[in-house]
Design a protein around this ligand. Structure first.
Ligand code: URA
Length: 241
């Protein structure tokens, strides 16, 4: 369970800045009760959403976590700030959602599903390989690929400093110039897909993530975002229980 400093908890629950929460906690310390006891003025106190924090007789509750998915276009950087990048994924969200954090990253040139949330506990869990969250991609590669060429991708292969985990891969379409592979992976190391396909002699032309665990990109337009539905949130929460 996530632990918050008391000022962060009060700020989120009351929709005010941390600085204002600090002022309130100092000036009105006698109006705050923590688990039935008068607040002792310790601003370093940590609380969770199970603790009962009351202000002027009313319980303060944290708002429910927010989850959105974005269809990331090519050319946008997934980090939240980057002095060298002129296009950041976070700029595609409205101002009020720019406090959300991406769950993992997609390369600048990769398109598709990127999940954002303010639930930091879930972020770490969803990214942990032990949770086995499947990521599904459509990988367009240069050249005509033969099924046997995918064996190293499927069985695991030597990479720079690690051996990749087994993955599922199936050829969707082939022509002389390019082939499209549907790839399902648990791992998500930096540039992993691009490096795997480069190693088997078919460099990536285009990479789109179409699924993250139970979440599907569906018909969401490139550059657009949407909130998750209640069912999607339940499915996601089930993974991290
Ligand atoms: N693997 C890559 O190589 N790039 C991505 O963006 C995601 C997975």
């Amino acid at each position: 369970m996530e632990r918050y400093r008391i000022n962060a908890f009060v700020a989120r629950a009351m929709g005010i800045s941390r600085r204002r929460a600090d002022v309130l906690l100092k000036k009105k310390a006698k109006d705050f009760y923590i688990n039935g006891r008068l607040f002792d003025g310790n601003l370093g106190l940590k609380v969770t959403s199970d603790d009962v924090v009351e202000f002027q007789g009313r319980r303060l509750r944290l708002p429910s976590p927010v989850y959105v998915i974005l269809n990331k276009p090519r050319g946008y950087v997934s980090s939240l700030s980057d002095p060298h990048a002129n296009k950041l994924v976070i700029d595609l969200l409205p101002q009020r959602l720019r406090r959300l954090k991406p769950v993992g990253r997609l390369d600048k040139e990769t398109r598709g599903l990127l999940l954002f949330t303010d639930n930091s506990r879930i972020i770490h869990q969803l990214l942990h390989p032990k949770k086995g969250v499947e990521k599904e991609y459509l990988v367009t590669v240069h050249g005509r690929i033969a099924p046997s060429e995918l064996d190293p991708v499927i069985n695991g292969m030597d990479m720079e400093g690690y051996h990749s985990l087994p993955a599922q891969a199936r050829i969707e379409r082939v022509s002389i110039e390019e082939s499209v592979v549907r790839l399902i992976m648990i791992e998500g190391k930096k540039h992993q897909i691009r490096e795997m396909f480069a190693r088997i002699g078919h460099p990536v032309k285009d990479l789109v993530r179409i699924r993250f665990g139970p979440l599907h990109l569906g018909k969401l337009k490139e550059g657009s975002w949407r909130y998750l539905t209640g069912t999607e949130i339940k499915r996601l929460s089930r993974i991290v229980q």
